[in-house]
Design a protein around this ligand. Structure first.
Ligand SMILES: [Zn+2]
Length: 401
């Protein structure tokens, strides 16, 4: 059978089996291209297919493949790469999309590898984790010798997409776009996805909703690390207005961050009034270090404060010193034991250009405070209370997970 006809047929089946993806697929046109490496690839609203390669797929797999490439486009994977390494980014976006499809009951082509711990994560989050794994591997291989930037780059280039197989598409048709185009694409696809979800709902296809409901009732408390990371990542790209996934898109586990390599500027304050244990402080700070893996471009302000500021330190990504050591040193030199006040910290940050303040505290502060211009994320210690906090996000830190 003509391969184009097979694809058209698969699209119609998609519309019946998975209306959300089927509706999105309708925005694309199929075009033969014998030079692409994989069976299919997208560029803007064109789905290229290589007839030599599409023959290996049965109808079900073709539907999955179409859904795969349109999700790359819909989620902006083609332009969200930024300065990231192409190979690692390719793997990250494939893992993100395939997990999403897997959760929507698609049959993934044989030999598609899904890494369980990347479930429910965005491409950016997966990228950060892969990068970290590579770094650790490199450090081990380098025999304590500090590799220079060039060596790291070479290593990363050698790194064949985290050795996770993708037989669907090869992403070679993805193009760099201008910021204006990115913004337009983003708005356009968000609108389309919302529309498609609306259609799917009307047609009574709500597997996602049911799944989510079940999840809500059976899933234990959300891991605080995960929560914290999400807030941070969203602040790293603040100028686009974080695209919060709406209720409809959430059914499909679609998490849609706008992503450009913006500078992450945050303040991290630690309440040293005495009720935060050393263990909690270390857990929290190690998480802060983790977060810095998500970006190569940051400025972080560290403040220790009880009733007054005890320690203050600014770190930027340009600094050549070892960040881990700096944070460690900061933690070791924390003094405190006085009463709890947040106002000295807010006062100190008054004229600072920060996206967010993350405050590790037990929440036991009696001051009346005005909400600052930037966002505040309260990381509440295990024995702490959230009762007296009247603005910002609250995350309960649990050292057990
Ligand atoms: Zn792909």
């Amino acid at each position: 059978m003509d391969q184009k006809k097979r694809l058209e047929k698969a699209r119609i089946q998609l519309l019946i089996n998975n209306p959300f993806f089927g509706h999105l697929a309708n925005y694309f046109q199929f075009k033969e291209n014998k030079t692409i490496k994989g069976p299919i690839a997208t560029k803007n609203k064109t789905i290229y297919y290589n007839p030599k390669n599409t023959t290996q797929y049965n109808n079900e797999e073709l539907q999955t493949s179409i859904a795969h490439v349109i999700m790359h486009t819909a989620l902006g994977h083609d332009w969200r790469q930024g300065n990231r390494n192409k190979k690692i980014w390719d793997t990250s976006t494939d893992q993100a999309v395939n997990h999403l499809l897997n959760a929507s009951n698609f049959t993934l082509p044989k030999q598609t590898e899904l890494k369980a711990n990347f479930k429910d994560k965005s491409a950016e989050e997966i990228y950060a984790e892969l990068k970290k794994q590579i770094k650790e591997k490199n450090n081990k291989n380098q025999d304590k010798k500090q590799p220079n930037q060039k060596q790291i780059k070479e290593k990363n280039n050698q790194y064949k997409g985290a050795s996770l197989e993708n037989k669907i598409d090869s992403h070679e048709t993805w193009e760099k776009t201008t910021k204006k185009q990115q913004k337009n694409n983003q708005e356009e696809w968000k609108r389309r996805m919302t529309e498609a979800a609306k259609h799917a709902e009307k047609e009574g296809q709500l597997p996602g909703t049911i799944e989510r409901k079940v999840k809500k009732t059976t899933k234990p408390k959300i891991n605080w690390r995960h929560q914290l990371r999400r807030y941070i990542i969203q602040h790293a790209r603040d100028d686009y207005n974080w695209m919060r996934p709406n209720r409809r898109l959430l059914q499909y586990n679609i998490y849609y961050p706008s992503a450009r390599n913006e500078k992450l500027e945050i303040a991290v304050a630690i309440d040293t009034s005495g009720s935060i244990s050393q263990n909690q402080l270390e857990t929290f700070l190690s998480e802060v270090k983790e977060i810095l893996n998500y970006t190569d471009n940051y400025k972080i302000i560290l403040i220790a404060c009880d009733a007054k500021i005890q320690n203050y330190r600014e770190i930027t990504s340009e600094e050549t010193t070892n960040i881990n050591k700096t944070i460690q040193k900061f933690a070791e030199n924390i003094k405190g034991g006085g009463g709890t006040k947040y106002s000295p910290v807010l006062e100190k940050l008054k004229n600072k250009q920060i996206n967010a303040l993350i405050y590790l505290t037990d929440g036991k502060c009696n001051e009346k405070l005005k909400k600052p211009k930037y966002d505040v994320i309260w990381a509440i210690s295990q024995q702490g209370t959230t009762e007296r906090i009247n603005f910002g996000k609250k995350i309960q830190i649990n050292t057990e997970n």
